[in-house]
Every structure is written in structure tokens, then in C-alpha cells.
Design a protein around this ligand. Structure first.
Ligand code: AMP
Ligand code: GLY
Length: 423
């Protein structure tokens, strides 16, 4: 099989590493990729929003399977366009990607199917949204309907905060993503991420994780794309996982199938584990970043074979086997992230960190300059450690971090503490 992986983040470095390890993988291309993915295949400088160019690249290199990492190309219909060109691709169609592409689509689907989720209302007019806000009071959550790269959710504790979020989003601060908004009840509990590999009709549990979204220790500072993660999730047990499958994942798959938009790919459920049981916060239609960097190193069976089976609708042939070792990933970001950052600083110690047992360094916002790896973005590295216990996995991840020589970076020092301190 000749494989093209779409994307360029740390998630894609983790995907590239697992795909390249598959005995089925004869050649691996990554578009556009990063210096980390280049260690496992050949990077192609392609504009991935140019679907005809992606199709032409597949034909030129006899690619027969495409794996789409990020949500934007899925929502833009890359899998549909590849399928129309006769090229098999792993990931949901444009219609099925609405589960991430439109919050109001997902909220209405959940309501219609009886999937537990926060009470909500949709708005396109600020006056009506504010009237609802006054009626419901605070706390309340204001969300942009469309993809907003992590900037589309405001959990408001005061009316003033909620009103300014309403005005900003409907006023165009997020572009088209905020032309419609959702106001919803704030859920209270512990968050967890649940992953399912889906073939349109069936769902196979594919790991759990928890991430750390705030920039600084103690969950302070602004929201980010994720500053670290660990797997498995500490708040889920087998009984809760069965409940998530039964009450959330399976009804969603059935509902999508009934609507003529079967979901094929990775369904990532963001959950709040409340006193009343698990509730759906949101869906993503792909692996998480940095969740992939803790999930995939624990997968002992063939990722590519599993993706092909899901795409071909024969998921029952897949028996994933996971390491008993938990994993912890610590993200190193450029100072200033998630705001503006300076790029170009030299990153040393990558080989020294990777020389440690059970430590892998995944690259995201990096570039190569004269044989050196330099910072080229906000989130730059994720250092993953595996160990016989969560505490040991964390210790190894931080040993790896300590060997990275990059003074212009920052990272959280409390990844996975949430689970460890709770005992
Ligand atoms: P999202 O960008 O959709 O992943 O949401 C970002 C974060 O906002 C989630 O991980 C939650 O921490 C929080 N959040 C979203 N919706 C709710 C809700 N209804 N209640 C409480 N927190 C929420
Ligand atoms: N880490 C959150 C996400 O990938 O959406």
C-alpha cells in the first residue's frame, strides 16, 4: 500500500510513525508534513486545500490510500473529492464531518437521538441571544457554530462576559464560524476524551485520554490547543466506557447512518463526567493533538490495517491491542503561545531526549534550517513517556523534557498531576 498522510502537526508525526511501522506500508508521503514526519516518509510541499493538486499528487505517486489528520480538510470535503477520483481515504465525508464542523448540527442531532448533552439554543441575532441569556442567567457557555481553531468557546461566569462573547462572535470576530452561535448550559464534572474507530455502522473503542487545555500550571491562563495529555483517562472505567458507547457513540452512528451520512473515521467524543453520568460536550472527527501522541504509542497492533478495515466497512476484523503502560505527553511551546510567538530559535537535545527508554519526541511547529531544527510555530514539540505506572510515565516524559535544550520555550510542569494527586 502506498499511503499519503495529510497534515503537519504533532498528531501527524505520531500518525506517520505508526503508519510507517505497518507491514502493509510500502511508501509513506506526508503533505505538507514537518521535519518529524520526514523521518518516517517523504514530505510533499502541497497546498492541502487545493483538492485537485492533492489528487494529482496521489496519481503521480500511485498512492492508493490517504489518511486525513486534521479537521479542516475533512469539513472541506477532501475525502469526498478523493473518493470521486477513485482514491480510498480514511476519514469522514463532508456531510459526516459536520459533527465537528457545526456545533448546532451536533446539538440538534444529540437532542433528537436522546444523547445526553447540555441544554442549548441557536442564535444568529444578538438581541435574541441576550434575551435568552437574561432568562437563563450565568454561568453559561457561548459557542461559535463553525470551526474556530479552539477560539470558539467562552465559558462565561458573568453576564458582561457572555454579552461581549455574543457581540464579538456575531459581530464577525471569528469570521463565518461565528455567524451562528449556540448558548448552552454549563456542565459540571471531570472531562475525558473517548475515541472510537468507526466504519459507518459499527464503533470500536480506540482509547481514552485527558488533555490539559489551559496554558499554565494549575489550569491557569488562556485556552490552547492542548499543553499535554495522558492516556488512559483516569475518570473512565469499563462500566462508564460501556455507557458512553451505548448512550452516546452508538446512537450517533445510527443517527448519521439514518441521515444518509454514515460516519467513517475516528470519532472523538469530548465528555463531561457529571453526577448524572457522561454527557457529550462536543465531537471531533479526527484524532486529538496532543491526544494522538499518547494514544498511538500505546497501540501495539497495526494502525494502517485498522484504518483500511474501517474504510472498507469490515471493522469486525480489527482487534486492537494496547500496551498496559500509560503514556504522558508534555507539550513544549514557543513563549507567548497561544498569542503571537517568535520563531527561528534553535532546538537542541532532541536526540538526547529520544535516547531515553520509552521516550519519543513528536515535532509540530518545527522547521529545518542548515541541518538544525528550529521553532516555527506555537506548539512545537510533544515529549511522550511510557511507563509501568502513570507516575513513571510522567517521570520519563519530564526526563525527556529536561534533555531538550531550547531556552525560548515554556511547558506545564503538572501534566497528569490531576490524576496522580487524586490518588
Ligand atoms: P471546545 O473548544 O469545544 O473543545 O471546548 C473547549 C472547552 O470548553 C471544553 O473542553 C470544556 O472545558 C469547555 N466547555 C465547552 N462546553 C461546555 C459546557 N457545556 N459546560 C462546561 N464546559 C464546557
Ligand atoms: N486537544 C484537543 C483537540 O485535538 O481537539
Amino acid at each position: 500500500m502506498r499511503v499519503l498522510l495529510i497534515g503537519s502537526g504533532g498528531r501527524e508525526h505520531a500518525l506517520a510513525r505508526s503508519l510507517a511501522a505497518s507491514p502493509l506500508c510500502e511508501a509513506l508521503y506526508i503533505a505538507p508534513g514537518n521535519p518529524g514526519t520526514a523521518r518516517h516518509g517523504t514530505n510533499l510541499a502541497l497546498d492541502i486545500s487545493d483538492h485537485p493538486a492533492v489528487i494529482a499528487a496521489c496519481r503521480a505517486r500511485a498512492v492508493d490510500f490517504v489518511v486525513v489528520g486534521p479537521e479542516a480538510p475533512l469539513v472541506a470535503g477532501l475525502v469526498d473529492d478523493l473518493a470521486a477520483a477513485g482514491i480510498r481515504a480514511f476519514g469522514p465525508s463532508r456531510a459526516a464531518a459536520q459533527l465537528e464542523g457545526s456545533k448546532s448540527f451536533t446539538k440538534e442531532l444529540a437532542r433528537d437521538l436522546g444523547v445526553p448533552t447540555a441544554a442549548f439554543r441557536r442564535f444568529t441575532e444578538a438581541v435574541a441571544a441576550k434575551a435568552y441569556l437574561r432568562e437563563r442567567g450565568v454561568p453559561i457557555v457561548v459557542k461559535a457554530d463553525g470551526l474556530a481553531a479552539g477560539k470558539g468557546v467562552v465559558v462565561a461566569d458573568t453576564v458582561a462576559e457572555a454579552e461581549s462573547a455574543i457581540d464579538a462572535m456575531l459581530g464577525g470576530a471569528l469570521g463565518r464560524a461565528g455567524a451562528e452561535i449556540v448558548l448552552e448550559e454549563r456542565l459540571v464534572g471531570r472531562e475525558a476524551s473517548f475515541f472510537a474507530l468507526c466504519d459507518g455502522a459499527h464503533a470500536l473503542p480506540f482509547g481514552t485520554a485527558e488533555d490539559h487545555k489551559r496554558a499554565f500550571d494549575g489550569d491557569g491562563g488562556p485556552n490552547t490547543g492542548g499543553m499535554g495529555a495522558f492516556s488512559p483517562a483516569s475518570v473512565l472505567d469499563p462500566a462508564l466506557e460501556e455507557e458512553v458507547l451505548d448512550r452516546i457513540i452508538r446512537p450517533t452512528l445510527g443517527g448519521m447512518l439514518a441521515r444518509g451520512a454514515p460516519f467513517v473515521g475516528i470519532l472523538y467524543a469530548g465528555l463531561m463526567i457529571t453526577a448524572e453520568g457522561p454527557q457529550l460536550i462536543e465531537y471531533n472527527v479526527r484524532f486529538g493533538d496532543p491526544e494522538a501522541q499518547v494514544l498511538l504509542p500505546r497501540l501495539r497492533t497495526d494502525l494502517l490495517a485498522a484504518m483500511i478495515a474501517a474504510t472498507d466497512g469490515v471493522l469486525d476484523e480489527v482487534r486492537p491491542d494496547w500496551s498496559d503502560f500509560p503514556a504522558v505527553a508534555v507539550v513544549l511551546a514557543s513563549r507567548g503561545y497561544p498569542g503571537p510567538v517568535e520563531t527561528g530559535s534553535v532546538i537542541g537535545g532532541l536526540d538526547a531526549a529520544e535516547a531515553l527508554d520509552h521516550v519519543t519526541v513528536f515535532q509540530a511547529g518545527t522547521a529545518e534550517r542548515g541541518g538544525e531544527i528550529v521553532a516555527a510555530g506555537g506548539r512545537v514539540l510533544a515529549v511522550t513517556g511510557l511507563g509501568p505506572s502513570l507516575a513513571e510515565a510522567r517521570a520519563r516524559a519530564y526526563e525527556g523534557v529536561a534533555r531538550i535544550d531550547w531556552p525560548e520555550s515554556f511547558h506545564r510542569r503538572d501534566i497528569a498531576s490531576r490524576a496522580l494527586d487524586a490518588g
